[in-house]
Ligand binder design. Sequence first.
Ligand code: GCB
Length: 869
Amino acid sequence: MPHTIHKILSLCLLMGVALSFHSYSQSKVINSGWQFSEDQSNWQTVNIPHTWNKTDAFDDLRGYRRGLGYYQKQVFIPLEESDKIHYLKFNAVNQEATILVNGIKVGSHKGGYTAFNFNITEFVKYNAYNLIEVTVDNSHNVDIPPLDADFTFYGGIYRDVELITLSKQHFSLDDFASEGFYINYPYVSKGAGKIEVTGIINNSDVSDAKLKLIISLIDHEDYLLIDRTEKFEIKSKSSESIVSSTLKIVHPKLWSPESPYLYKLKLVLQDNEGNILDSKTSNVGFRWASVDPEKGFFLNGKPIKLIGVNRHQDYKGFGNAVPMALQKEDIHLIKDMGANVVRFAHYPHSRALYDLCDELGILVWTEIPVINLVTDSKAYFDVSLAMQKEHIKQYYNHPSVVMFGYMNEIFIRLAFNNKLTAADKENLKVESVKLATQLENLTRRLAPHHITVMACHLNEVYNETGIADLPMLLGWNLYFGWYDRQIEDLGPFLDEQHRRFPNRVLFLSEYGPGADVRIFTDNPKKFDFSTDYQAKLHQSYYKQITDRPFMAGMTAWNFADFGSEFRGDAIPHVNQKGLVQYDRTPKDVYYWYKSVLDDTEPFVYIATAYLNGLTLFQNETYPIQIYSNQKEASVILNGKTLKTVQFENGVATIEVPFEHGKNKINVVSGDIDIQNEIDINRIQSLDFNDFERFGINIGAHFYFYDEERNITFVPDQPYKLNWFGHINGEAFGMTKDKNQGIPHNIKNSTSEPLFQTMLEACSTYKVDIPNGRYKVDLFFVEPQIRANENIYNLKETKANADQKQRVFDVSVNDVIVEKQFNIANSYPEKYGVTLSTTIEVADNKGLSIVLNPIEGKPVISGVLIEKMK
Ligand code: GCB
């Protein structure tokens, strides 16, 4: 048949489906105008997606609301639909849902990240409004994974709700909320691609039905390649699996990240007279994946190093109830970075994103939230297994999905729980391995052409128990240079694992440090949350993995910053390991990845996006990084060529002699000439000539750009004559392994990094400023002692009797600012306190902050000095 006729035929087919779709099967998204209540008496109107935790998971109070939420909506169902079948579909409700229609319970569901359906036909009233009531519970439930994890479990109906109307014969919606058909690829090579389709057809009529299943495969250019009709008969009130004969095409265009060629599969269910009853479509991508312990991952027979990111689904200001357009933007950002893989962690994400991965060419690792620990109960095992069934059946048909996972760091709570007895621990180990074995077997049975995966944390227990030998690909979540040891320890650890377990396929499933764009330094240190340390760690890890052919790949933790309520990172309640911020604005390191991963066109990036208000003294230069996929580039500062730099591992570092004020940096490589403007304070002395305010981040080695006060605090230093610094004292909580000071949410402030770092036992801090009048703000927080029972804190915590009081007098140039300052006694716990004073500096004595201990050791977090007119 000539191509044009084929094309016309396929268009007719498409139109036919589209036209008849309306009358035979229909899905209406019913997201608008639900009533929501937390107590069943105060109701408000909300739209789905919705969560009740989008603000309380980020406030200064500990915890967030985990409990019940009630939703209601009326839907009109017309008389014309009285011969139809009606389903309610919930695409995700976190985490338990009970559904009533017109006051009668239709069912309930456990698990917050997979879809579920209920056939509500027998409860529906026609030509009338029908009341849908949903009770949602996000309380901790020992029977439902996740029990515990480093992310916020926002409660609510946060994915679409659909009202589906079907004719009596239709693709089943009862098979764990799958779409009622599965596509298998019994054979794929360059020469030929075979697919086999299994449709699960329901007949809810009282009589038997003679039906036809028309299967068509259409290529990307809309040519109809295969058109097959399977005829069958189905008994009344029954369900049947119809397996197509194998469909074959020659020389399929293979699907891959570079060339994600998609075919479309159309399934049309017809009655004997040719009336369309139901229809489905799906992406088809011909590809095959395999793994090898020495050579890593193979796609379509070729080795491919998987390099990409993990993604969490929440987003600044939305919790997990994120508009789809924003979610899709994530996938575009991931693709634009040059990633070829995404791990949807730690639970299944929205189906629409997997569609986008099909289209854009991103391989997918998808998993269920069995994380950190298991409950030793039949109920927990049953929910976990049901969840994996839903997961596989709902996500099976996506060509992008090549890896199905089911566990993350399952022994982490065991390793850190001192309360468990040795026998408890042993039992939990055995139970975890038992569940893992069941989940592995289930996954292999339901998804025989996929690769099974699991992720472990740094602990020998995964090897000892044998759990690490279960999956076809083993992911290690490794935080060398953050939670553990040093950055360079990654490679040797992997080499050792590879030597000891030569049959395992290894993958680096997580790695990365926290990073805040307000923190920068030319001396990055472990756990300082600087973007510089982030760049250093990622650059080294990439090299260590790409140097090792046996490593199948790596996925950075995390694509974006995400909500984790109990955390005290530089932004509290947020895990800041993202390559992009919580609102998806890229951090510089995102562009470094692009420079090593994306060679589609020449690319250069100057990593100075966040050097806000950098202050340099006298002749100091400052190192900046330039990222590129080119060999070399010239760097020009304010019109003068500095030097030609060579890029290695996508990066070149150059010391820049910035001038005071606005600086223009140009980087020229081939046809590319990009420019960044940077505002720099270069000061020759603390004379307050070119500046009005000067701030010091006492106890910290990094600059901190403070949005609240709109100033960049400079790092601390030991006192230098005619400059500033501490005469004595120790940086609190800063060790070789940790440079954050205190990992806490600071109440009463959004400038955590100013307060979290501090000096302890400093008796004098000097700033050599000229004579004149100044306003001085001093910043403090009590790092250790819990708040006393005081007016602010009646219920929360009691002062710990073992903790020594910290009482000191604060004075500036002999003027007392606060006597007997006892932060724990006067303020709520971890409260950021500012003491302000105005002083006159005279006799060229400069400024001396004196902290005079009465009991315990004084602390101080920062100072801000403002010259008064
Ligand atoms: C991990 C976990 C992940 C955490 C991450 C972290 O290993 O799998 O859920 O968020 O570490 O940032 O600590």
